[in-house]
Design a protein around this ligand. Structure first.
Ligand SMILES: Cc1ncc(COP(=O)(O)O)c(C=O)c1O
Length: 400
């Protein structure tokens, strides 16, 4: 059996996205900036894709800019807001402790330029309190950036409320919606979003393609110099086949949201109930306001990497945090932010399931994790110390 349960890292491209990509590459190969017919046909594909993406988020096509993915969109949104702020003498940015590194590292760079960065903390479930954002905003604040859904623990943040506060205070609001697009209904108007980043490979589109929504009237800063593509805001010949495939994938996933959410939530909650029965385990993140396919647990006495390798032997593809941090020995900044001590933050498991998961696969995942956790604990000196009372347990034997 082979079960792919790492959809938060990336998703398998849908057949229609693959077909669209190949068809466009084969038939509409022109450069959209070329004036002759073949070029203009590619431009039509590009502009149709822009319309489709805009429809999915309830904005105008003129408010969509294509990028190379979520990281570039995050970088461009934050740098643009920083430059707007700078001109008005505002050099303060508010964000949170659980953002993706595409946001956190961009903020670090701006800090070195003299910006003041306030990272608001989250509660033990990973939820940002809008009142804390409100309290962090000052007269100097140029931008608030809060992610829509956390990529590790799946917590859905109160985006509309935070957006409303930003509107009232006259501060720009950006959200990294890379883990939300195609999973959760997004309406940039009713959710008060000024800028938003998305990435195609998280919703069954291709890798290396993304989009940035920017509310009309907000001037973007060009972070890739070059030609006049994307209305002069992003140099470089557009990835027409990838963009067309992204639009098709996004439309399908957005239309499927009502039907697939119920399926995913049922499967997710079955796995959560099963894994909760493993002694001294604890669910990370919210149960209710949680991404429909996300499961994230800490197990006492377990080292995350060994858990992943043994699950791989059993045919289960999972992750111990974000794909970008695997390979690093540092515990996840998100787990530390929700108050998990270092020793358990190393022993986390993230499963991000797809809607096609079967009952058999659900049972197999639960059984396999139980077996692997018990096997690893049997060999762990750390677990031995817990068993013999030399160390104290952190979690309850069984969490409610
Ligand atoms: C929340 C979040 N933001 C940004 C990114 C980066 O997106 P991309 O891989 O398209 O650069 C990711 C990818 O894991 C993510 O999960």
């Amino acid at each position: 059996m082979r079960i792919y349960a790492d959809n938060a890292a990336t998703t398998r491209m849908s057949e229609e996205a693959i077909e669209t990509m190949v068809k466009v590459a084969r038939e509409t190969f022109g450069n959209p900036s070329s004036l002759y017919e073949i070029g203009q046909a590619a431009k039509d594909v590009l502009e149709n894709a822009r319309e489709t993406v805009a429809e999915c988020f309830n904005c105008s096509p003129r408010e969509i800019y294509f990028t190379s993915g979520g990281s570039e969109a995050d970088n461009q949104a934050i740098i643009s807001a920083a430059r707007i702020g700078e001109k008005a003498g505002k050099k303060h940015i508010v964000s949170t402790t659980i953002e993706h590194h595409a946001v956190l590292h961009t903020l670090k760079k701006l800090e070195k330029e003299g910006f003041k960065i306030t990272l608001v903390g989250v509660n033990s479930k990973g939820t940002v309190n809008p009142e804390d954002i409100k309290a962090a905003i000052t007269d100097e604040t140029a931008l608030v950036s809060v992610m829509f859904v956390n990529n590790e623990i799946g917590t859905i943040e109160p985006i509309a409320e935070i957006g409303e506060i930003c509107r009232e205070k006259g501060v720009l609001f950006h959200t990294d919606a890379v883990q939300a697009a195609g999973q959760i209904k997004i309406d940039v108007k009713s959710q008060n979003i000024d800028m938003m980043s998305v990435s195609a490979h998280k919703f069954h589109g291709p890798k290396g393609v993304g989009a940035l929504y920017v509310r009309r009237g907000i001037p973007l800063t060009n972070i890739i110099e070059g030609g006049a593509q994307e209305r002069g805001k992003r140099g470089g010949t557009e990835n027409v086949p990838g963009i067309a495939a992204m639009a098709v994938a996004l439309k399908t996933e957005c239309e499927k949201i009502p039907a697939k959410t119920e399926k995913l939530v049922n499967a997710r909650d079955k796995i959560i109930s099963g894994l909760k029965k493993i002694p001294y385990s604890s669910l990370n993140g919210e149960l209710e306001k949680r991404s429909p396919g996300n499961i994230n647990f800490c197990f006492e006495g377990i080292e995350g990497e060994s858990l992943l390798l043994l699950l791989d032997d059993k045919g289960i593809c999972a992750s111990s945090g974000s794909a970008c941090t695997s390979g690093s020995l540092d515990p996840s900044h998100v787990l530390l932010a929700i108050g998990r001590p270092h020793e358990v933050a190393h022993g986390s498991l993230r499963l991000s399931i797809g809607e096609d998961i079967t009952e058999n696969e659900i049972d197999y995942i639960i059984k396999s994790v139980e077996q692997v956790v018990s096997y690893l604990r049997g060999m762990s000196p750390f677990w031995h110390d817990l068993e013999t009372g030399k160390r104290k347990h952190i979690f309850k034997e069984i969490e409610e």
